[in-house]
Design a protein around this ligand. Structure first.
Ligand code: NDP
Length: 240
């Protein structure tokens, strides 16, 4: 039977490419999303991939969703913690709400869904978890104290959980994308974006597929000797 993969934020942007690439790799994929019903419906019509609406920052909603997915589709063996948000502001303007929202959505979600799928992966002696970090979690970024902290936290989370999963054939890895051409990046002012592109050694924004291919690799059955790693997919930007 095909392994079941849950991709959070999997119907739009980078997540949509991850869902489609995993499906092409033979996985049974389900995607989660927060509230964009139109995108979810269109994505399901186009790909046949089922979408489940719940807030990844809310533990109780995650618990109910995992229960429903496992009853309707099967035990989750591959988890891609991709859902994320930005609420950028410099420290003098950064609100407590914007801090909490970004930490809870980007990092708290990794705890929620890893915790809720962990026992099943341990029992089945197989699991693949990929957490989507960011080059800005590696290097920091002006105006993104909350986002950089959350993404940097993901890298620590990954290395710690990988140590716990190793003996159960559960690998836990992270991908640190650079700037990828999605709605999140289209929200960056054009002049700022041009400066950013100027600092990317390969001279272009990433494409969602660039990240998706990395996820397929790290979630394959054969990648069992790779755990606790961070794969930098950012055109070389992490070196600067
Ligand atoms: P998008 O803004 O295009 O999509 C975000 C996705 O996450 C959507 O599916 C959205 O659902 C979902 N989502 C957001 N909040 C929640 C929530 N509380 N509960 C459930 N789902 C939620 O983002 P990208 O595709 O650009 O980014 C994907 C990941 O990659 C993020 O973790 C991001 O931080 C990371 N990343 C992105 C980079 C980039 O350049 N784009 C660079 C580095 C990292 P809905 O559609 O319903 O709103």
């Amino acid at each position: 039977m095909a392994r079941v993969a849950l991709v959070t934020g999997g119907q739009r942007g980078i997540g949509a490419a991850i869902s489609e690439h995993l499906q092409r790799a033979g996985r049974t994929v389900v995607a989660s999303y927060a509230g964009n019903d139109a995108a979810a419906q269109a994505f399901t019509e186009q790909t046949g991939i089922r979408c489940y609406k719940f807030d990844v920052a809310d533990y109780e909603q995650c618990a109910a969703a995992v229960k429903q997915i496992e009853a309707e589709v099967g035990r989750i063996e591959i988890l891609v913690n991709n859902a994320g948000i930005t609420r950028d502001a410099t420290m003098n303007k950064l609100s407590r709400d914007a801090w909490d929202a970004v930490i809870d959505t980007n990092l708290g979600s990794c705890f929620n869904l890893s915790k809720l799928t962990w026992d099943g992966m341990r029992a089945g002696k197989f699991g693949r978890i990929v957490n989507i970090g960011s080059v800005n979690g590696q290097a920091g970024q002006y105006g993104q104290v909350n986002y950089a902290a959350a993404k940097s936290g993901i890298h620590g989370f990954t290395k710690a959980l990988a140590q716990e999963g190793a003996r159960y054939n559960i690998t836990v890895n992270a991908i640190a994308p650079g700037y990828v051409d999605t709605d999140m990046v289209r929200a960056v002012p054009e002049e700022v974006l041009q400066k950013i592109i100027g600092r990317i050694p390969v001279g272009r924004l990433g494409r969602a597929e660039d990240i998706a291919r990395g996820v397929v690799f790290l979630t394959s059955d054969e990648s069992d000797f790779i755990t606790g790693s961070t794969l930098s997919i950012n055109g070389g930007q992490h070196m600067y």
